[in-house]
Write a protein that binds this ligand. Structure first.
Ligand SMILES: [Zn+2]
Length: 503
C-alpha cells in the first residue's frame, strides 16, 4: 500500500496489532495580552507589516526588555489550571540561534527554570480516561514571520526573495510540553486530538488567548514513535511541526504511525527528524534532521530580573480560577439531561461551547445538539473544517430552530435555509424571506393544489371514501410534490380530510 506522497503506509489495523505508539505534544499558545512580552508594542493581528515594532522588539543596540506582568499572570493561571507546581523562583534564558525572523539572534525563553512544572490533563476517548502528564509550562516570545515570495509553495526553495514582518516578534508565547504518553494503542490519534481540544477549552475558559488555530494563536508540534508490542524500549520519535487544526493533529499521528510501521517492517531505522504536515494530503514530509542535537547555548538572561511570584498571590490566582471544563461539562450534562458519552462526544467534536451558546440564544438543548451534531457536523466534515469555522453563528442556529418550532419552516425547508446561511446569504429569517422558503399556510395556492390532487386521482379518492383512510397518504404526497415540499404535511392531511371525509 503506497500513498500519493510515495511513502509506503501500513494499514492502521496492522500497525496497532504489532506496534505500540508513544505520542507527545508541544503546544505553543500566543497569549492575548494587549502588548508584547518585553515592550509596549501592540499585538493586534493583521496590521501592516512592521508597523508594530520598536527598538526593543527589533533588538536595536542599547534597548532593554521589561517583562509583561499580564503575561506572567496568564502563564501561572494556565499552570494552575493544569495542576502544575508553580515555581517560587524562575528565570528567563537566552536560546541562541540565528534565523532572519529573530532579530536578536536569540529568543528569550525559559530553560531549566520554567514557571510551571509537573501538571496533568485527563482526556476521555470512547469512555476511557487517559492521563497526559504535563512536563512544563514556560513563557517565551514569538518570532517574526518570514514570507517567501515568487515560489509555488511559499517555502524558501524556489522563492525569488524573502520578506520579514516583525509585528509578531516579541508577542508572549506560552509553551506547554507533555511528557511522552504511552499506552494509548489504537486510540493514539484520537487521544492526541482530544488533548489539544481539551487544552484549547481550558485556554478559552481562562480567557488567556483567542486560541484561533487558523491564525496561529495555537500551534502544535506532534511527536510520534513506535515500538514493537512488548518491547521494553520506545522507538525513535519524529516531530511533526506546526500542525494547525484539531483534525490535523489526529491525521498527523495516524499518518506517522502508518509510515513508521511500514519502515520498521522493512527493517529501516526511523530517523529522528522534524517533519512538515500537509493539509491537502494529510501526509508528512521530512524536514530538518535532529540526529545531531542543536546546541542553543542557553544561558540566564542578564537583562531581566528573576521571577519570584509571591505564594499568597499564586493562591489568590488559584482561588479566582473560573469553572474549568470538566466541572462545566458535569454541570451542563445535568442541565441538559444527556449521557456522559454524549457530553464527551460533544466536547471532542468541539461542539460544547457552540451548543451552550445556542441554548443561551434561546434554542432547546435538544435542538441545539441536533443541529450541531447532525447537519452542521456533516457539512463541516464534508468541507474538511472545524464546526466553529462554519459560516453560521450559534445565534443563527437558535433562530433557525425557532423558525422550525414556530412552524414557519419544516425540517426539509430548514436544511435549505441552512444552505443559504452557510452560503453567506444572510440570517435564517432573511434567507426564508429572500427565497420564499416559508411553509405555506392555507393559501389559495395550497387550496388549489389540494383540489388538483383530489381531481387527479379519483380511484384514490374512492378508496379513501370507502374507508381505506391510509390511502390518504398518496394524496398528501401529491400535494407535497406540487408545492415542492413547502406545504405542511399535517395541514394538507387535515384539508384533505375535511374535503373527503366530512359529513
Ligand atoms: Zn516593541
Amino acid at each position: 500500500m503506497t500513498s500519493t506522497t510515495g511513502d509506503r503506509l501500513l494499514e492502521f489495523d496492522e500497525v496497532v496489532d504489532r506496534y505500540e505508539p508513544v505520542i507527545g505534544l508541544e503546544t505553543h499558545v500566543e497569549l492575548g495580552t494587549a502588548s508584547k512580552m518585553f515592550c509596549g508594542c501592540s499585538t493586534t493581528f493583521g496590521a501592516e507589516p512592521n508597523t508594530q515594532t520598536c527598538p526593543v522588539c527589533l533588538a536595536l543596540p542599547g534597548s532593554l526588555p521589561v517583562a509583561n506582568a499580564a503575561a506572567i499572570e496568564a502563564t501561572i493561571r494556565i499552570g494552575l489550571a493544569l495542576g502544575c507546581r508553580i515555581a517560587s523562583w524562575s528565570r528567563f534564558a537566552r536560546k541562541n540561534y540565528f534565523y532572519p525572523d529573530i532579530p536578536k539572534g536569540y529568543q528569550t525563553s525559559q530553560y531549566d527554570e520554567p514557571l510551571c512544572t509537573a501538571g496533568h490533563l485527563d482526556v476521555e476517548v470512547d469512555g476511557e480516561t487517559y492521563r497526559v502528564e504535563i512536563e512544563r509550562v514556560h513563557l517565551e516570545e514569538d518570532t517574526g514571520k518570514n514570507l517567501h515570495v515568487g515560489g509555488a509553495t511559499g517555502r524558501i526553495q524556489g522563492a525569488d526573495h524573502s520578506l520579514v514582518d516583525f509585528n509578531r516578534a516579541g508577542i508572549p508565547l506560552v509553551e506547554i510540553v507533555t511528557r511522552p504518553v504511552p499506552g494509548t494503542g489504537a486510540k493514539a490519534p484520537e487521544v492526541a486530538r482530544a488533548y489539544v481540544t481539551e487544552l484549547r477549552e481550558i485556554l478559552l475558559t481562562l480567557g488567556v488567548s483567542e486560541v484561533k488555530m487558523e491564525q496561529g494563536n495555537l500551534r502544535c508540534d506532534v511527536n510520534t514513535s513506535l515500538a514493537p508490542v512488548g518491547s521494553l524500549e520506545w522507538g525513535t520519535r519524529t516531530e511533526t511541526k506546526n500542525v494547525n487544526s484539531l483534525r490535523s493533529v489526529e491525521r498527523a499521528v495516524r499518518f506517522e504511525m502508518r509510515r513508521q510501521a511500514a519502515l520498521l517492517d522493512d527493517g529501516v531505522r526511523i530517523m529522528q527528524e522534524t517533519r512538515h504536515f500537509h493539509e491537502d494530503t494529510g501526509s508528512t514530509s521530512a524536514g530538518r534532521s535532529k540526529e545531531e542535537a542543536t546546541d542553543y547555548r542557553y544561558f540566564p538572561e542578564p537583562d531581566l530580573v528573576p521571577l519570584a511570584p509571591d505564594a499568597a498571590w499564586i493562591e489568590e490566582l488559584r482561588l479566582a480560577l473560573p469553572e474549568l471544563p470538566p466541572a462545566r461539562r458535569a454541570r451542563l450534562q445535568e442541565e441538559w439531561g444527556v449521557s456522559g458519552t454524549e457530553m464527551q462526544w460533544l466536547a471532542n467534536a468541539g461542539a460544547l461551547g457552540l451548543v451552550e451558546q445556542t441554548v443561551a440564544a434561546g434554542a432547546s438543548p435538544g435542538d441545539a445538539r441536533k443541529w450541531w451534531l447532525g447537519d452542521l457536523a456533516r457539512r463541516a466534515n464534508e468541507a474538511g473544517v472545524e464546526l466553529a469555522e462554519l459560516a453560521i453563528t450559534p445565534a443563527q442556529v437558535a433562530e433557525l430552530a425557532g423558525l422550525v418550532d414556530a412552524g414557519t419552516v419544516n425540517d426539509k425547508l430548514a436544511r435549505q435555509v441552512l444552505d443559504g446561511v452557510l452560503a453567506g446569504q444572510g440570517g435564517p429569517a432573511e434567507v426564508v424571506a429572500a427565497q420564499g422558503l416559508a411553509v405555506m399556510g392555507e393559501s389559495d395556492e395550497l387550496v388549489a393544489a389540494v383540489d388538483a390532487a383530489i381531481a387527479g386521482a379519483p380511484d384514490v379518492v374512492a378508496k379513501v371514501q370507502s374507508g381505506k383512510v391510509q390511502a390518504l397518504g398518496a394524496l398528501v404526497g401529491a400535494v407535497m410534490k406540487t408545492t415542492r415540499g413547502k406545504a405542511d404535511a399535517a395541514t394538507v392531511k387535515r384539508m384533505l380530510e375535511e374535503r373527503l371525509l366530512a359529513g
